[in-house]
Design a binder for this molecule. Sequence first.
Ligand SMILES: NC(=O)c1ccc[n+]([C@@H]2O[C@H](COP(=O)([O-])OP(=O)(O)OC[C@H]3O[C@@H](n4cnc5c(N)ncnc54)[C@H](OP(=O)(O)O)[C@@H]3O)[C@@H](O)[C@H]2O)c1
Length: 283
Amino acid sequence: MILVTAATGNVGRQVVNGLVAEGRDVRALTRSPETAGLPDGADVVRGGHLDLAVLERSLDGVEAVFLAWPFASAEAAPAVVETIAKHARRVVLLSSIAVRDDVPEQADPIGAFHAALEEPVERSGLEWCFLRPGGFAANTLAWAPGIRAGGTVRDAFGGAAQPLIHERDIADVAVRALTEDGHAGRKYVLTGAEVLTQAEYARTIGDAIGRPVRWTEISREEARERRAAQGIPPSFIDFMLDGYAAMVTEPGPVTTTFQDIMGVPPRTFHTWAADHANDFLKT
Ligand SMILES: NC(=O)c1ccc[n+]([C@@H]2O[C@H](COP(=O)([O-])OP(=O)(O)OC[C@H]3O[C@@H](n4cnc5c(N)ncnc54)[C@H](OP(=O)(O)O)[C@@H]3O)[C@@H](O)[C@H]2O)c1
């Protein structure tokens, strides 16, 4: 049995789908089973993994865990990891490209946050694998209300370029690491293969949904306010905006890790946008 936490999340849902498609026994944790829309083949359990009693119960008979941390603080991570280690043998952690191995202390808040998740996992005695993806293609879903309302994306740093990754690519690697030997102690830095600017990503969404999408550049201050309204922790926002500013002149790095593991190239952003066309179209 494989337990998937945050099972309705961008990545978790695709991990559940991938494992069910392979005929694996999957248990999926969600606080709202009724509306989760998870596949019939999964054993859907109500609750969240920060609730240790729920987690303990959901770990019965579990060998491997997909662990995601969609929370603002890493404080509870040691207790959660300790609970997992009492039952399971293997854990695959959704971490981040922001973690640096070549520095004694992480220099930025996103790296520090994810390092604080990785540390208890490394100490746990579990067989672990870290997935360290770069920016998610799904981050562009934040543009969906503007695109639905009038075909416009209002954001800052339209010239910032990076290789966004499809959540299904992250999930494909997660499924491998959960189900195969040979991934223990590996830290997989995962990115897409195409480096597009933000304005080009917006245009590609337009191509995929068959409607023009325009980029409207806004100030950094307005972009900060919009992100705060989306619930992004304030300590992350300036770091994220600094990152976009830097990627205008120095695009985000591309890795071949996905292709090395899966033997095929990562999905294109056009594929991602076509998979999500309904999110950008008026209902
Ligand atoms: N976005 C990026 O560019 C990026 C880049 C690198 C790494 N990451 C990592 O990826 C993570 C996000 O993954 P994701 O996009 O797959 O997640 P997500 O879509 O944000 O969703 C996570 C799921 O977690 C569950 N959840 C939310 N609050 C919860 C709570 N209090 N207790 C229990 N469950 C809760 C929700 O499920 P239910 O409502 O069904 O319970 C939700 O569907 C980030 O936190 C970060 O660590 C992100």
